[in-house]
Design a protein around this ligand. Sequence first.
Ligand SMILES: *Cc1c(COP(=O)(O)O)cnc(C)c1O
Length: 354
Amino acid sequence: MSRRSTPDLPEPQSFDRVLSSMCTLPHPAARAAAERFLATNPGDPGTYPAVSSLERRTVSMLGAIVGVNEPHGYVGTGGTEANIQAVRAARNLVATDRPNVVLPDSAHFSFEKAADVLDVDVRTVPTDSDMRAIPDAMAAESNEDTVLVVGVAGSTEYGAVDPIPALAEVARAADALFHVDAAFGGFVLPFTDFDWNFDHAPIDSMTVDPHKMGQAAIPAGGFVVSDRSILESLTVETPYLERDPQVTLTGTRSGAGVASAYAAIDAQWPEGYRRNYERGMELATWLAAEFRALGFESADPELPIVTADVPDRQFERLREGGWRISRTGRGELRIVCMPHVRREMLEEFIDDLA
Ligand SMILES: *Cc1c(COP(=O)(O)O)cnc(C)c1O
C-alpha cells in the first residue's frame, strides 16, 4: 500500500530559526519507536503489556541518569505533570489542614498550576544574584504546614542550579518532602560537577524530561521517586481496566512517548548526551562572548542557555526576521542551545543583530 499524503496538511515546523525552545528534533531512533508504538496505551498495562514493560525499563534508565538504584516512577506528559504529582504526593503524605509548598522564584510556572488544582499555598522565595535558591531564606519561609520544598536543577530561564544538598536539609528540618525539578537539567547535569541528583542528597522525587534535552518525541516526561510509598500515595482504583490501580495523573497515555524515550536514551546514554552537552556549552560560551563583543550584557552560561540584555526594538526586529526567540521574566533575550542549534544558525543570528 502506498502512503497517502494529505494535501492541505501544512509543514509542521522548520527548526532553522528556533532559538528559544526547550524542545528539539527527536533522535531518529526515537522517531521510529514513536511511530511503532503509536497505538499502545501504557495507562492500561493489562491490555498493552509490551509498552508497559518498556516503561519499566525506561524508568530504570532514568534512575541510572539521576543516580537512584531502585527508581520508581513513570513516563508522563512532561515536566508540568511531574511537578503536579510531586506536590500532590507531598500533600497526601504530610498531615496538615493548610499545606504549603516552598520554592525559589526561579521555579517553573507549573507549580502555580499544581497549587491551584490541589488547593495548596505557594511560598515563593527570592533567589540570589546568580538566580539560585538561598537555603536560609527558604528555611525562613518553611513552617509546620510545609509539605514540600522544591529545588531547581537547571532553571528554565537561566539554567541555574540550586544548592540541592542544602535545600534537602531545609526540607528535612521542616519535616517536608524534597522535590528536585530537573526537567531541563536532567540530561546535561550528569556531565557537570554540580551536586544535583539522588546520589548527592536525600531527594524524594524528581522531574526529568526526556522530551527536552533527552531528544524523545513529545510527550515524554519523567517522574522519578526514591521510595515506593511516594508513588503509592497517588493510587486510584481503576475498576474497568484489566488490572492495576493507577498512580498517574492522566488515564490513557502516550505509548509513543514511552517508546521514544526508551529508544532515545538507549541510543544516547551516556556518550551521545555528553556530546550534546559539550556542543551546547561550546556554542553557548561562544554566543555569550559574541553578545558582549556587540556591547550587550551577557553572563557566562553554566548550562547551554544564554541570556543577553537586548533592547525591545532590536528584539522585535529579530522576531520580524523570523527568529523564534523569547524573553525572560526580567526581559532578557534568552537562547537555548538545543541539539538542533548549529553554529551557522547562531552566526547568522549574530549578523542580523549586528
Ligand atoms: C520545561 C520545564 C518544565 C515544564 O515541562 P513541560 O514538559 O513543558 O510540562 C518544568 N520545569 C522546568 C525546570 C522546565 O524547564
